[in-house]
Design a protein around this ligand. Structure first.
Ligand SMILES: [Cu+2]
Length: 240
């Protein structure tokens, strides 16, 4: 029931945005699997995303993982705090891969699409977006080489009738610990498919369910773990 309501709202939003926007030239139509442009008045929260480079040549988005609920309208605020040009594009993993291949072939190509923003160093930008379908999507910078340098992450959309619901799962997944941030209790793991979450293998930041779990991981170490969505955050709940 709730879902039907959200979809109706979403369709009305899509219709009004298409009317007001006019200049959208994405070629995919306004309705994408991940959703559609939203109206600023409907936005229930603002997410600040920073694009930057680290001293050791890594390129990153902060935060590195995004989580929403289907039907939710969100205002994204972007800041390119780095020294290079960066972009943000969110889509299905397949579309991200297709776009990535195109940009490698045509590096001069620039996105002019509602689900993307491209920023010069120091520049800021904004996207207002309504998420339509539950699922795991991806966000990335597709300027050649940037994806490989770390600029991509998972974007999870929870079903509308159960936003933020804990999805406890028992399937262990193999991963390699890339980075441990003892201060925030977050661990970056290069993991295989997380079948319970429907998430493909990628490098992602996880919270630890218990702070003491940090003592059982080492950078470069191989682990087997269970990941679940706890209070809206991707969390390692069990560790082997
Ligand atoms: Cu970039």
């Amino acid at each position: 029931m709730k879902r039907a309501f959200f979809m109706t709202t979403a369709l009305i939003l899509a219709a009004s945005t298409a009317h007001a926007g006019g200049g959208h030239t994405g070629g995919h139509g306004d309705m994408m699997a991940i959703g559609m442009p939203g109206s600023a008045e409907a936005a229930t929260r603002t997410i600040s995303i920073t694009m930057t480079e680290s001293e050791d040549g890594e390129m990153l988005f902060e935060p590195g993982v995004l989580e929403f609920a289907a039907g939710e309208t969100v205002r994204f605020e972007f800041l390119n705090a780095g020294e290079l040009e960066h972009e943000f594009v969110m889509d299905t993993s397949e579309s991200v891969a297709e776009h990535k291949a195109l940009m490698e072939k045509f590096p001069e190509m620039e996105h002019d699409e509602a689900n993307a923003v491209r920023l010069q160093p120091g520049e800021s930008g904004e996207i207002v977006w309504t998420f339509a379908n539950a699922g795991t999507f991806e966000f990335a910078c597709l300027i050649p080489g940037h994806y490989e340098s770390g600029m991509h992450g998972a974007l999870a959309v929870a079903p509308a009738d159960a936003p933020g619901e804990e999805v406890l799962s028992g399937t262990f997944t193999k991963g390699v610990v890339k980075k441990i941030d003892a201060k925030t209790g977050k661990v970056t793991i290069d993991h295989e498919d997380l079948v319970d979450l429907g998430m493909p293998g990628m490098t992602m930041v996880f919270h630890m369910a218990e702070p003491e779990m940090l003592q059982h991981v080492t950078e470069g170490g191989e682990i087997r773990f269970v990941a679940a969505r706890v209070n809206g955050k991707l969390t390692v709940t069990r560790l082997q």
